[in-house]
Design a protein around this ligand. Structure first.
Ligand code: NAD
Length: 269
């Protein structure tokens, strides 16, 4: 195949948790645009208005006369529920007859001084950011393995898995993202013999609802964060599309157990 054909998602089926908004939705749109049938899994019963607008765009793109066969679907799923997550992913794989790519993007961020962390709040964060990522990867890996598909599992970690964000009291989040890096390597090594790959993407600061919650609370925070990376700005969520397409497509067939850092150079300092 030509090098650009390697990046095609034509005839692939992809699942994205946390695909209702933010980084997950951007990755879903990129996959659909590249030809995949994409299932966005997220907490709300009904997708947001933003999601609906995106689906209309994908339909337009892949409709009659369109060169691609991409599609976007929404399914409610709480990734902290292990059996339910397995079942939802199994139903999608059965309906489509395959599952090629799974992106575990669902995550939450809470702050607290390290000496004050309440045990229940700590566990709630770990349940989504670590257990939920495991349950998602299991759900997808089981379907890929059962069908003999050499699929790609992508876990969204963070630069916070490698460094602590200056001045931010995010011990639980940082710990959870470090866990995701090790989980990914463990999955890569265990499932490698089946041809299933697992990699992480570690974004730096991205302007989404997750970071906006903090930026809205502290007027000078945007300037502080921008000064912390080499490019002097935050990423837009659509800047995660290229790296996700690389890892989800046949452009990265020898890439497993790796962590791709997309942080504007923040961890280079
Ligand atoms: P976001 O809050 O916009 O999106 C996260 C999505 O996950 C939401 O739609 C939310 O409903 C969903 N979600 C939360 N709990 C869930 C659950 N139990 N089951 C299913 N879905 C659930 O945030 P985002 O910035 O798009 O973050 C996406 C991922 O990227 C997260 O894992 C986050 O930690 C990671 N990340 C974000 C940044 C950043 O600066 N925004 C940086 C590094 C990593």
């Amino acid at each position: 195949p030509t090098v650009l054909a390697l990046f095609s998602m034509h005839s692939k089926v992809a699942i994205i948790t946390g695909g209702g908004r933010g980084i997950g939705l951007e990755i879903a749109l990129a996959y659909a645009e590249a030809g995949a049938r994409v299932y966005c899994l997220d907490l709300p019963e009904k997708p947001s208005e933003e999601w609906g607008v995106c689906k209309a765009w994908v339909n337009d793109l892949s409709g009659e006369g369109g060169k691609r066969n991409g599609a976007l679907e929404y399914t409610q799923c709480d990734v902290t529920q292990q059996r339910a997550t397995w079942d939802i992913v199994a139903r999608i794989a059965e309906k489509e007859g395959r599952l090629d790519v799974c992106v575990a993007c669902a995550g939450i961020l809470r702050g607290s001084d390290v000496l004050e962390w309440d045990g229940d709040d700590w566990e709630k964060l770990m349940k989504v950011n670590v257990s939920g990522v495991l349950f998602t990867a299991q759900a997808a890996g089981r379907q890929m393995a059962a069908r003999g598909i050499k699929g790609s599992i992508i876990l969204i970690a963070s630069m916070s898995g490698r460094i602590t964000n200056p001045d931010m009291h995010w011990a639980a989040y940082n710990t959870s993202k470090s866990a995701v890096l090790q989980l990914s390597r463990s999955i890569a090594c265990e499932l490698g013999p089946k041809g299933i790959r697992c990699n992480t993407i570690s974004p730096g600061y991205v302007y989404t609802a997750m970071t906006k919650a903090f930026l809205d609370n502290e007027p000078n925070l945007m300037n502080k964060w921008c000064a912390q990376n080499a490019l002097g700005r935050l990423a837009n969520p659509d800047e995660m599309r290229g790296i996700a397409l690389f890892l989800g497509s046949d452009a990265s067939t020898f890439c497993t157990g790796s962590d791709l850092v997309v942080d504007g150079g923040q961890t280079a300092w």
